[in-house]
Every structure is written in C-alpha cells, then in structure tokens.
Design a protein around this ligand. Structure first.
Ligand SMILES: [Zn+2]
Length: 436
C-alpha cells in the first residue's frame, strides 16, 4: 500500500469562494454511483484543497455535507471507497486476509495494489472498517459471494441468487406433495445467507440443489432436509361380517353349524396422514361412511351333552337278546359295574357301526377279547367287544350301519354276545337310553 499526502503547486491555489464552488461540484460528483463517476476528480480535488488558504479546513468542511477523508483506489481506477483514516484501511485489509484465508484454507495476503489519497467526499460515503472489508472482498478474485442454504447449521448448497435457493425449497416441497396434500412444512432451522465461497466452488441451480436436498442421507439419518406433509386420504375398505351365535339345545356341545353365510360390508374412510420425507409417522381417522352394511354370519352352537346329545345319533349295532343291561349287577355274590349292554345271538352274527366314525382300536384287548373302538369325532366313542372277527382296520372310517365285525365269545365271555358301550367324553352311558 502506498500512502502519501499530495502536495500542490502554488499556482493552483484558489480563494475561499472558488473552493466552495469546487466543493459543491465534488459533492454532486460523489453522489453518483461509483462506476459512473468521472475520472477527473484528481484535478478537482487538487484545486479544492489548494483553496484552503484563508479559511481552516475544518471550518470549510463543517459548512458542507462533505468531509475530509482518504480515497482508497487501485492505480488509475476510480476510488474503491472513502475512509476516515489509515487505521480503517489496515484493519479492513487484515480482516479480508483473515476471511479469505479461512475460506480458502490457506494463507492469503491481500495484494499491495491500492493506495490512499487525501480526498473530500460526502460524509455518508465514508465507510466503516466492516463496510470497507466488504468492498475489498469484492476485489479478491479467489472468492465470490453466493446465497448459502444451511439446515440446522449444516451447509446444504449455494446458489448465485437467493430466488434460486427459494425455488429449490419450493421444488422439494412439490416433490413430496400430491393432489391430496393439504400442507407442506420444512422442519428444522433453515437459513439462506449471503456468504463468501471459494470462487472455484460450484454453485447449484434450483433443480440441482432440490435434488441434493431430497437425496437419502447417510446411514439412518435420512435426507438433510426434513419435509413434513399432511394429506387427507379417502379409501374404501371392507367391513368384516360379524358372527352371531345361537345356542342349539339339540346340537352336541360346541358343535357349530352355519345357519346364514356372512357378507362383508363396505365403508369409505378419510384419514389425515402425516409423513416425514414420504414416510408415514401418524394417521388419524377423520370420518367414516358406511356404503353397505355387512350381513352377519349366524352360527348355531350345540349345548347338548351325554344322553341328551346322543339321542337320534345311534342305531342298534346288532340283533339278539339283551342278556345284561348297563349298570350295577351281582355275579357270584359280588357287585360290579357293567359299562355296556350285552346282546346275545349266534356266533358270526353281523355287527354294524352304530354311527359313522373312525376306527381307533381293532384287536384283542384283555377281558374285551377282540375289540373294535369307533371315535365319532364329537365327544362320542362306541365299543364292540368279544367279536369272533374284526372287519375294519385301525384308521379306517366307516359309515353308520356298515358291517365292521362278527359276533363271538372272545375274552372274558360265557357265550357268543356283543358287549356294546357308548361313551361321552370317555364316560360310559346307558346304551339303551341312547338307542332308538
Ligand atoms: Zn358285557
């Protein structure tokens, strides 16, 4: 920086009147924008200063809206700025050097290409160190000003114009919106500030910045910008047919029969759905409207147990003479409980399935002799004992009335007969009460 106090030859000196005239010219000149100013200030200034003979400088300057100051300029260029003193300039230069060094991450020296000259300028054009710093920053080709978008303190990108950053934010909002969106909110602390960037750093256009803002972020953090949308969504959905149960005293306990098929209904539902970056975070039902009512399914549920449940379900398994009924009996002086019904006939008489069922036992079993057990699948089982021959195998399903065995006298038996048991949940019932 060159700093010198100009000196003027004696013949340029003028009287106070002429000085004020020239001062007025100067004022007018400096009220124009800097780039439109004429480059003739130096002779004018020289003449003006030369006029300070019979009057004090302070007095002359105080009388006008101008002030005595220093013009900062590059060689041969119009003044960059006016400052009060050298200190302002050196402060500004060191601020510029500090700022640019930070931005470029490297040591930066402001080039010594400006000089200071004594000048008279309008008071309002005299710059503070901060204003001069901004003026000098504009002369540094390694940095440039741009509008930087920050989200929660993190720089997201920069554009040349503030409008482009705003357009990018609008594009992001549009990107998460659809025809049912009622509101779009950008969450977090969003700032758009004019800042200096390295000159080679790429500036985004609105579309590019919007794209960067909508990219999935690192790991599970999600995109940099969180966009909350609220939608009102209407959809139709089925209403499941309800089931109505009716007790049936003639049905076997827990046995279910469908009396009427159900038909699903249809309803229209309006939900308010809140999403963040497209991901649903909450849903609230605003309204439902039933379009068609469901038709209930009606089911009867049996309540009958034991003998009550057995009625009408069993047939006589064979023919012959009842020789011993169900219940307590005395044989040879001792009392015992007879769990079945004995029906006597000749050996080889047909034995029929008393009801449809599955064979769960077919073979000899202790005092029963050759035994066949049918499970009827509804809590009932039937036993056919002392058979001479078994005609159905374990696992086989037989129909009611199907021939399953032949009468005999195997096991603990005194003559050919069928020992027939009917059990409800494994408890023997009186067969005669169950048979027609
Ligand atoms: Zn018996």
């Amino acid at each position: 920086m060159h700093f010198h106090r100009p000196t003027y030859p004696m013949e340029d000196l003028t009287g106070p009147e002429e000085f004020f005239c020239q001062l007025a010219d100067l004022e007018e000149e400096y009220r124009r924008p800097p780039h439109r100013r004429a480059r003739r200030k130096k002779p004018l200034l020289a003449a003006a200063l030369a006029g300070l003979t019979g009057i004090s400088v302070l007095g002359a300057v105080a009388a006008s809206s101008c002030t005595l100051c220093y013009a900062v300029s590059s060689q041969g260029e119009p003044p960059l700025a006016y400052v009060q003193g050298e200190r302002t300039y050196t402060q500004a230069v060191s601020q510029v050097e500090e700022q640019v060094s930070q931005i470029l991450h490297t040591e930066y020296d402001y080039p010594e290409q400006t000089q200071m000259e004594l000048a008279i300028a309008p008071k309002e054009s005299v710059q503070s160190p901060e204003e001069l710093t901004a003026s000098l920053m504009e002369t540094v080709p390694q940095v440039r000003e741009a509008w930087v978008l920050t989200v929660d303190g993190v720089a997201a990108g920069a554009c040349a114009a503030r409008e482009e950053v705003e357009a990018a934010l609008d594009l992001v909002k549009e990107g998460y919106s659809n025809e049912s969106t009622t509101s779009v909110t950008l969450l977090g602390d969003i700032q758009i500030n004019l800042d200096y960037l390295p000159a080679e750093e790429e500036l985004y256009d609105a579309e590019t910045l919007a794209g960067a803002l909508m990219l999935p972020g690192e790991e599970e953090e999600g995109p940099l910008l969180t966009v909350e949308t609220v939608e009102e969504v209407t959809c139709t959905q089925p209403i499941p047919a309800p089931t109505q149960e009716q007790n049936d005293p003639t049905g076997i306990l827990h046995e279910r029969k469908t009396l009427q098929e159900g038909v699903d209904g249809l309803e229209e539902r309006t939900d308010r759905v809140t999403r963040r970056c497209g991901v649903e975070i909450s849903r609230e039902t605003l309204a439902t409207k039933i379009l068609t009512e469901p038709v209930p399914q009606i089911v009867s549920v049996g309540t009958a147990q034991g003998v009550d449940a057995a009625r009408g379900r069993f047939l006589w398994p064979t023919t012959g003479q009842i020789t011993s009924p169900f219940g307590y009996r005395t044989i040879f002086g001792s009392t015992s409980f007879h769990r079945g019904l004995d029906i006597a006939n000749s050996t080889g008489t047909d034995i029929l399935a008393s009801a449809r069922g599955t064979v769960t036992w077919a073979g000899p079993k202790g005092t029963y002799g050759n035994l066949l057990i049918l499970d009827h699948g509804n809590g009932f089982t039937t036993y056919y004992a002392h058979c001479s021959q078994l005609l159905a195998a374990k696992g086989e399903t037989v129909d009611q009335g199907e021939k399953i065995a032949l009468m005999g006298s195997t096991g603990r038996s005194t003559g050919p007969h069928l020992h027939f048991e009917v059990r409800w949940q494994d408890e023997p019932l009186d067969p005669q009460k169950c048979l027609p």
